[in-house]
Design a protein around this ligand. Sequence first.
Ligand code: GNR
Ligand code: NI
Length: 176
Amino acid sequence: MSIKPLIILPDPLLRQVSKPVERVDDDLRRFAGDMLETMYDAPGIGLAAIQVGTPLRMLVIDLAKEDEEPAPQVFINPEVLRSFEERSIYEEGCLSIPDYYAEVERPARVRVKYLDRDGKEQEIEADGLLSTCLQHEIDHLNGVLFIDHISKLKRDMVVKKFRKLAKDRPATPLVS
Ligand code: GNR
Ligand code: NI
């Protein structure tokens, strides 16, 4: 298992559309383990593969609180089958946009189809934080960031700030 460097805004990788996973094998399960380790280290409650530089349609989530047992979940090739009418607003953050938070409105409930870590087809109906987190991560698979759901004025400010930060900071090393 290993912790991988996170891809940070404005890295163009974050705008790439990820490709479906073709086979769920031991290599992929190992990679899911690395994603979980990277997410726990950050720490975060979700992570999409592209955030560690791999353009595959997979994501991990763990919503367990600090005093609870870990509850890692792996979603491979997830698809939103249905978004319900009701909306909810959460304050979101993103490990690829460190220390920036904003309220985002999304469908409160979604039905999602995916493959689990055994390659078996599953369906869930999610609400609350799981719904928000799944939608945030599935957005990443399509090159969409949570700042795309806020006002253009706020988004432009954030992107400008991160462009400036990137100039003063060396790029993510390939080996660390
Ligand atoms: O750690 C994270 N917290 C979070 C909070 C509210 C809504 C979504 C998230 S996901 C984020 C980790 C991340 O960037 N995943 O892509
Ligand atoms: Ni994110």
